[in-house]
Ligand binder design. Structure first.
Ligand code: SPV
Ligand code: MG
Length: 291
């Protein structure tokens, strides 16, 4: 096996099915830094969050370089492993073979590739287009990603999202593990965890599973841990949703109150933001070199 980059090795060590790691979504380096400071094990480089932060749909609209540069920038400002959501891999296995080394060079710890057709649609979108590529074709994409080396490859099956049932989801998961995936992400948008729990219980455990419990938030991290099958839980969109609500409320109040005084105590201070910008380091640099 190819040696893993340091952050990939850190992430692999955390994929513990008796105590799953928890990743928080981020859409920019500031969000990644806040998630790391809060204590999350990893940063989810979410396509949904990044698309939303550009106010466009999560449907292969943004170019790869926009996502790639964001992953690099997230890794530069904090130490937690970055898990890059590369959707379908930007095309076929050839596109994957060219894309993944760029993500490796950007220092990401893992890529997640999903078995939908390109261009993708959001898994959470009611009535969205959820067509899957043939199993063999997706195995080729997993193999192409693995050959890039130096990072984890998480294969994501959308079989449950596409309504293809447990048997198809299980056989796709097994085929992707056989192709070399380090973990299998199984996604569901059912409002209860039943479908996911059934999948997890039936999963033979070749590799750890990854869950994104957005649609079934009642499933606690402890409940997931007790299944003994899941290595990673991804909080898929909580940074952008928190940011949207906080901005909406602050903007509404400022106009309604005719001034900025009222919101002062409910928003971060300017000095909090200076600290997040790395002001302490800049002061050291100024002291050492500015003459
Ligand atoms: C994302 O956060 O971009 C994901 C998870 O892929 S989901 O939006 O639930 O498909
Ligand atoms: Mg995504």
């Amino acid at each position: 096996m190819t040696a893993l980059n340091t952050r990939a090795a850190t992430l692999r060590a955390k994929l513990d099915v008796s105590r799953p790691a928890v990743a928080m979504a981020a859409h920019n380096p500031l969000a990644a830094k806040l998630a790391a400071e809060a204590g999350f094990d990893a940063i989810w480089g979410s396509g949904f969050e990044l698309s939303a932060s550009h106010a466009v749909p999560d449907a292969s609209i943004l170019p790869m370089d926009t996502h790639l540069e964001m992953m690099r920038a997230m890794g530069e400002v904090q130490e937690a492993p970055v898990i890059a959501d590369i959707d379908t891999g930007f095309g076929n296995a050839v596109n994957v073979a060219y894309a993944v080394p760029k993500y490796a060079a950007a220092g990401v710890a893992a890529v997640v590739i999903e078995d939908k057709t390109f261009p993708k649609d959001s898994s959470l979108r009611p009535g969205g287009r959820q067509e899957l590529v043939p199993v063999g074709e997706f195995q080729g994409k997993v193999e192409a990603a693995k050959a890039a080396g130096d990072m984890l490859v998480i294969a994501r099956t959308e079989a449950l999202i596409a309504g293809l049932g447990q048997a198809e989801a299980l056989s796709r998961g097994a085929a992707y593990a056989e192709a070399g995936a380090d973990a299998v992400l199984i996604h569901s948008r059912q409002k209860t965890p039943d479908e996911i729990l059934a999948f997890c219980r039936a999963w033979p455990g070749q590799v750890p599973l990854v869950l994104v419990p957005t649609s079934y938030p009642q499933l606690s991290f402890a409940d997931v841990g007790s299944l003994g099958k899941v290595g990673l839980i991804i909080c898929g969109n909580h940074a952008i949703r928190a940011a949207v609500r906080a901005m909406q409320e602050t903007f509404r109040r400022i106009l309604a109150e005719g001034g900025i005084a009222g919101v002062e105590s409910s928003i971060a201070s300017v000095s909090d933001v200076f600290a997040l910008q790395g002001d302490a380091l800049m002061r050291e640099i100024e002291k050492a070199y500015l003459r």
